[in-house]
Design a binder for this molecule. Structure first.
Ligand code: SF4
Ligand code: SF4
Length: 390
């Protein structure tokens, strides 16, 4: 099935049934693939501590073999990330083309530095469906400070414009941090003027270099305020927001808020890549992360090797890994998450739990339970989640 047909099917599911992507139990519906650890930036919050390329990054033959297997396992979307994936541009384009032939939707995350109009054309031509580009502040110096290099703000804005010029879908990714959280209204205003329709707001997960700026994570109050604010903005503007970085229930919470307010933004489902499966944290349940050297992690924010595609097939790893099996059984959870009525449909962010406690089955310190209760969302009503990794 070609990717065009897959998108049409998704659109129809959204328009006619009000549903997003559907997940077959135990299939890796969405996979992110960090094609290289090399990066032309050294961002302060980078969760993979990207720098130089890894020894033995997968070659084209190996990567296409993995994609063949993903197709057999029921993968519907493959997100290329890094490092900076455009440092392996030809590799990414060849793989995107291959995905399209197999009916897998390819997308990409990039810092935008190498994304000229010509490259945007090439990516679109190769079948890339959407590109995520970061804008972390409307004050250029503040964006550049987080990205650790002067001039990156201007280049990211140029990259967004280049994608829009060739009608390549853009999702702007933006960090919400304790000190910059207040800037969100200005940021949304700025992005709206740029013609951006989709924004993924990132919460900080203390992994990689992000661990060194953990004091910059939003407070619980700021997070809830932000969710309420984004809900209002989704109604007031023709924009769609999602939250990444371990907040998979954001779309469901906001959807309930829309129901209460009797409003429903246009195209919400398609744009947010909602998944019709009540699993919350999808690490190891309907998602995994492929690393440049073929290692597999349950999630890009949960850096535990559960196998390597050079030593075992993806199918063997996906079906046989003890860690993945443990993650799929929510009765294994401990502490507050273990006792929680929402554990089956939320499960907490396993990556954040691991980063904060050293145990991936422990409680997630960032918990939206109070908000779920306040909004009257019963566990049985949570039917979907939003893809929340980068
Ligand atoms: S305790 Fe909080 S984070 Fe854990 S499962 Fe319940 S609602 Fe989710
Ligand atoms: S561990 Fe789960 S909740 Fe956290 S970022 Fe990964 S998929 Fe999302």
């Amino acid at each position: 099935m070609g990717v065009g047909f897959k998108l049409l099917e998704l659109l129809l599911r959204q328009k006619l049934l009000g549903k997003g992507l559907s997940a077959t139990p135990n299939s890796p519906l969405i996979v992110s693939y960090a094609v290289t650890k090399a990066c032309n930036l050294r961002c302060l919050h980078c969760h993979v501590s990207a720098r130089e390329a890894m020894q033995g990054e997968l070659n084209l033959t190996e990567a296409t073999r993995v994609i063949d297997e993903l197709s057999g396992l029921g993968t519907e979307a493959l997100i290329f990330s890094g490092g900076e994936p455009l440092l392996r541009k030809d590799f990414v384009m060849a793989l995107a083309d291959y995905c399209v032939d197999l009916g897998i939707i390819p997308a990409m995350l990039s810092n935008g530095l190498l994304l000229s109009r010509k490259v945007a054309w090439q990516l679109k031509d190769a079948g890339i469906k959407a590109v995520g580009i970061p804008i972390d502040s409307v004050v250029p110096e503040n964006h550049d400070k987080l990205r650790n290099l002067p001039g990156t703000f201007e280049k990211a804005v140029k990259a967004i414009k280049a994608c829009k010029e060739v009608n390549l879908e853009v999702v702007v990714t933006t960090m919400a941090l304790r000190d910059t959280y207040d800037e969100m209204p200005k940021r949304i205003e700025f992005l709206a003027k740029l013609g951006v329709e989709q924004v993924a707001v990132y919460d900080l997960v203390p992994v990689g270099r992000g661990r060194d700026i953990m004091d910059q994570a939003m407070s619980a109050e700021q997070r809830v305020n932000l969710i309420r604010y984004l809900h209002k903005m989704q109604d007031a503007r023709d924009m769609v927001f999602t939250m990444s970085g371990g907040v998979p229930l954001f779309p469901e919470v906001v959807s309930e808020m829309h129901k209460h307010a009797d409003s429903k933004p246009r195209d919400l489902l398609l744009k947010e890549f909602w998944i019709d499966s009540s699993v919350g944290c999808h690490a190891g349940l309907v998602y995994f992360s492929l690393r440049p050297n073929g290692d597999i992690y349950p999630c890009t924010f949960l850096p535990i090797k559960v196998g390597n595609v050079r030593e075992q097939s993806v199918t063997e790893i996906w079906r046989g890994s003890p860690v993945l099996k443990e993650l799929r059984q929510r009765s294994n959870l401990k502490g507050k998450c273990g006792d929680c009525a929402y554990r089956g449909v939320c499960g907490g962010c396993r990556g954040r739990a691991y980063a904060c406690t050293g145990d991936y089955l422990e409680s997630d310190p960032v918990c939206l339970q109070d908000l779920l209760v306040e909004e009257g969302i019963a566990p049985s009503e949570v039917e979907r989640f939003g893809w929340c990794v980068g």
